[in-house]
Write a protein that binds this ligand. Structure first.
Ligand SMILES: Nc1ncnc2c1ncn2[C@@H]1O[C@H](COP(=O)(O)OP(=O)(O)OP(=O)(O)O)[C@@H](O)[C@H]1O
Length: 458
């Protein structure tokens, strides 16, 4: 991590040289100025992590800096004994601390340590406030071959510290994958922050990402995620929706590690790993001149595709149990999924992917009320909602008007064929118990009508 950068503004040249020298020996990067004018010139070039300023300067006083920058970086005021009142006033105006001359270097070090720790604390608070709104669980559930492959790539790419593109439909778990990469990387003790590029919120995206400079009237001023994620990872969701102008700025961050706040003129340095995600085809967007190819190639150095849930339906029962366990724990309840529920869940194509499944389980928990067992009806997914291609719909195909019993037996045979004789699944779709299904299938077997499929139970 780069050492903090400190600006010392003190007109007493001996004191300035002494403090700057001692701070440099402590490992800080120090620049010094001897007047307000020189101080402002330094600030035009780069923003410090902290400022030490004499309250009285030949061409003005420290107050103008405190009012302008006091909320952006910590300012420690140096004051002579006779101007203690002014120093107190300075702290009230936003300075983080004041020290009486002659300056004790030990006291100065303590004040600097405290001020920098407060900045970190503020960032932590912002970070945790943001994280608290999210589901903190980062376990990737699933044992299908596709998920196993994904896990393998996560392990490989986590240690590269390179930027990365995560591709997949909405709700498949792209952010979860990004978080898992962060947790396995050398940045794991740093922050993981997410920014969503909602095209309807273009200016907000810029402010969220880069931060916002102090406004003319002293209004909103905030740190962007690039500053908050310092030494950590930033997840840029829906990167395809970013405007070309913002794309250029993001590219600049990746190439130079520098950026500017919205409305700002100073270059700020950041050290973050950028993981971007998209559900759109970026190459098609490049062809339409809607995405910068340079940014694409930078992001796409490594790529992970997160498959849609319909391509890994064997993961559905595990995921469903995982979400239910979480809800049970949260609410102090002990519900379980009925066999028909699991069958119905695995027979559905999940256009909204894992997020839709999570919501379905949450719905099931609520709709089942006091009942311990969550049925397919509670989760609101039934076999007829199946979108799994040729699995949808039922054509009975009688060339005469069948009896109720004939329709039932015909339907059971059809389901047994469709689901390779899996009686649990068939029970789920029929909405009857497995025991009853066995009885009905047994009857068909006695009648010799199952075509050899009725024997396979799960
Ligand atoms: N394999 C998984 N194991 C456990 N939970 C998962 C898994 N995949 C996704 N989830 C959960 O599903 C929800 C949606 O996942 P996530 O937000 O990561 O999807 P996404 O692809 O980033 O969606 P979007 O593109 O819409 O932002 C989250 O609550 C996430 O924790």
């Amino acid at each position: 991590m780069a050492e903090p950068n400190i600006i010392v503004i003190e007109d007493d040249r001996n004191l300035n040289a002494l403090l700057s020298g001692q701070l440099a020996e402590e490992g800080f990067r120090v620049t010094s100025a001897h007047s307000c004018r020189e101080g402002r010139a330094l600030l035009e070039g780069s923003e410090p992590n902290l400022m030490i300023i004499d309250i009285r300067l030949p061409d003005g006083d420290g107050f103008e800096f405190i009012r302008q920058y006091g909320e952006i970086f910590p300012i420690i005021v140096l004051t002579a004994y006779g101007t203690v009142d002014q120093a107190v006033e300075a702290v009230q105006a936003g300075a983080s601390d004041y020290l009486l001359k002659p300056i004790s270097f030990d006291a100065l070090k303590v004040a600097i340590g405290r001020a920098l720790a407060t900045v970190e604390l503020k960032r932590d608070v912002q970070y945790w406030q943001k994280r608290a709104q999210k589901d903190l669980n980062v376990t990737i559930v699933g044992n299908s071959p596709k998920v196993a492959h994904m896990r393998h790539l996560i392990e490989l790419y986590a240690v590269t510290d390179s930027s990365l593109l995560i591709v997949g439909e909405s709700g498949v778990g792209k952010e979860l994958v990004a978080h898992a990469i962060h947790k396995k990387s050398d940045r794991k003790n740093g922050r993981f922050v997410a920014v969503d590029c909602d095209p309807a919120q273009e200016s907000n995206v810029a402010q969220e990402l880069f931060g916002e400079e102090q406004t003319m009237r002293g209004g909103a001023r905030r740190e962007g995620m690039l500053a908050i994620a310092q030494n950590g990872t930033i997840y840029v969701n829906n990167v395809a929706e970013m405007s070309l102008a913002l794309q250029s700025k993001l590219l600049r961050v990746m190439e130079t590690g520098t950026f500017r706040r919205v409305g700002g003129t100073q270059d700020l340095v950041t050290n973050v790993r950028i993981l971007a995600a998209t559900s759109s085809n970026l190459q098609a967007r490049i062809a339409d001149d809607r995405f910068r190819s340079e940014l694409f190639y930078r992001l796409n150095a490594f790529c992970i595709e997160v498959p849609p849930l319909r391509d890994r339906l064997t993961d559905v029962p595990l995921l469903a149990e995982h979400f239910l366990k979480y809800r049970n724990f949260q609410r102090g309840i002990d519900k379980r999924l009925a066999a028909d529920t699991i069958a119905a869940l695995t027979d559905y194509a999940w256009p909204g992917n894992v997020r839709e499944l999570r919501n379905a389980i949450e719905r099931g928990v609520i709709m089942s009320g006091q009942e311990e067992e969550i049925t397919a009806a509670h989760v609101g997914i039934s076999a007829t909602r199946s979108a799994a291609g040729d699995h949808g719909g039922v054509v009975l195909g009688f060339d005469y008007e069948p009896t109720m019993e004939e329709v039932r037996d015909h339907y059971i045979r059809m389901l047994l064929r469709r689901y390779d004789g899996n009686r649990r699944k068939v029970a789920g779709i029929l909405g009857i118990s497995e025991r009853n299904t066995y009885r009905l299938v047994g009857k068909l077997e006695v009648d010799g009508e199952t075509g050899g499929l009725g024997g396979a139970a799960e």
